[in-house]
Design a protein around this ligand. Structure first.
Ligand code: ADP
Ligand code: TRP
Length: 321
């Protein structure tokens, strides 16, 4: 099964991104043919700062590799290293009714938030369709917010196949309805835009500071506490074993434990969990040439797969003459 997904390079990584998406992507490489890329062309729609985009791209690549993406098992690349995708996007544009794009929620939402409605933002789903169809992906794991873009990709594939004969595989979305939303330090969904994140890769001091800021009620130490409604406990669930959780739950219910103790336990477990990845990430970022060499090799594999599709498309559309 060929599984493909793209992830925008978007600053620091938090527990929501990790448990909601990255960890699962990395697991796909064990039993599928995984194609995974850093969507830096897409990020241009929200990061109009070259230095920031370049840095974010390398950091996103280092994050993935540190967390277990294995370039031997998977094809892992940076989107702009395979510019063939832009050619396919143009070809697909000629099969894209304006109304289809006008109906896309993400464009409407972004412009409603005050983001300038430029052509990149409008054509975003066409480029995303090209990402998917160029590699003949069968399954595409995405969040609920991207479901409509997958429908666009299928629509365009069908239109093209009808016109020129079977060319593109129809991709299916994989939307995991069961992914628990990771709560932020204020109990709302963890999100960069709410400023309520616990980030994976930071020094101990900064990590401790984020965890100590987790919002709790003001029950005194001696009083019994409810673990299920506690933001600290909800985050502990992501890391502790069943026995450890049962033990912690007992301490909540019994009373005699302050929230500070629970936070300290969470801090230690998060720090220890990510320490080896943090080290690996730093090593990767300290040798940018080696990191770029890994990405160049990934791009080469991706270009090979892309060229097979593009050759057919060029022939059928008359671009090869
Ligand atoms: P943010 O809300 O911080 O801007 P993004 O939208 O960049 O996060 O998230 C990228 C992906 O990470 C999402 O598609 C989703 O799969 C996952 N994700 C983000 N926040 C959470 C969360 N709180 N719980 C579960 N998954 C999340
Ligand atoms: N639009 C996706 C997001 O913001 C990222 C993305 C770009 C993508 N191209 C893709 C996801 C292709 C899946 C397949 O999350």
């Amino acid at each position: 099964m060929r599984v493909l997904s793209g992830i925008q390079p978007s600053g620091s990584l938090h527990l929501g991104n990790y448990f909601g998406m990255m960890k699962k992507m990395i697991e796909f490489q064990e039993n599928s043919e995984l194609f995974c890329f850093i969507a830096n062309y897409h990020a241009m729609t929200s990061v109009p700062d070259g230095k920031k985009l370049a840095r974010g791209t390398l950091e996103a690549a280092a994050n993935f590799l540190a967390l277990g993406m294995d370039p031997e098992k998977s094809v892992f690349w940076v989107q702009s290293d395979v510019p063939e995708v832009q050619e396919l996007a143009w070809t697909l544009s000629n099969f894209t009714p304006m109304g289809l794009l006008e109906r896309c929620h993400s464009y409407k939402d972004k412009t409603a938030q005050g983001i300038k409605p430029n052509h990149g933002l409008f054509a975003y789903p066409v480029l995303m369709s090209a990402d998917i169809l160029l590699f003949q992906a069968e399954q595409v794991p995405v969040g609920q917010d991207q479901k409509q873009h997958l429908e666009v990709a299928r629509d365009l594939a069908i239109k093209f196949n009808n016109e020129y004969g079977e060319t593109f595989t129809l991709p299916d979305p994989i939307i995991d309805e069961h992914v628990a939303t990771v709560p932020g330090i204020d109990g709302r969904k963890m999100s960069k835009s709410y400023g309520n994140t616990v980030d994976l890769f930071q020094d101990e001091k900064a990590l401790r500071k984020q965890i100590m800021r987790i919002v709790t009620d003001s029950k005194p130490v001696e009083e019994p506490k409810d673990p299920d409604s506690c933001n600290v406990f909800r985050l502990c669930r992501l890391f502790l074993s069943a026995e450890e959780l049962a033990e912690l739950k007992g301490r909540y219910l019994q009373g005699g434990m302050g929230y500070g103790d629970a936070k300290q336990q969470l801090f230690e477990v998060v720090r220890d969990h990510f320490a080896p990845y943090l080290e690996k990430r730093e090593a990767l970022l300290s040798d940018k040439d080696a990191l770029k060499a890994i990405l160049a090799e990934g791009a080469q594999k991706a270009r090979y797969a892309a060229s097979k599709t593009l050759r057919k498309v060029r022939k059928k559309t008359g671009l090869t003459y």
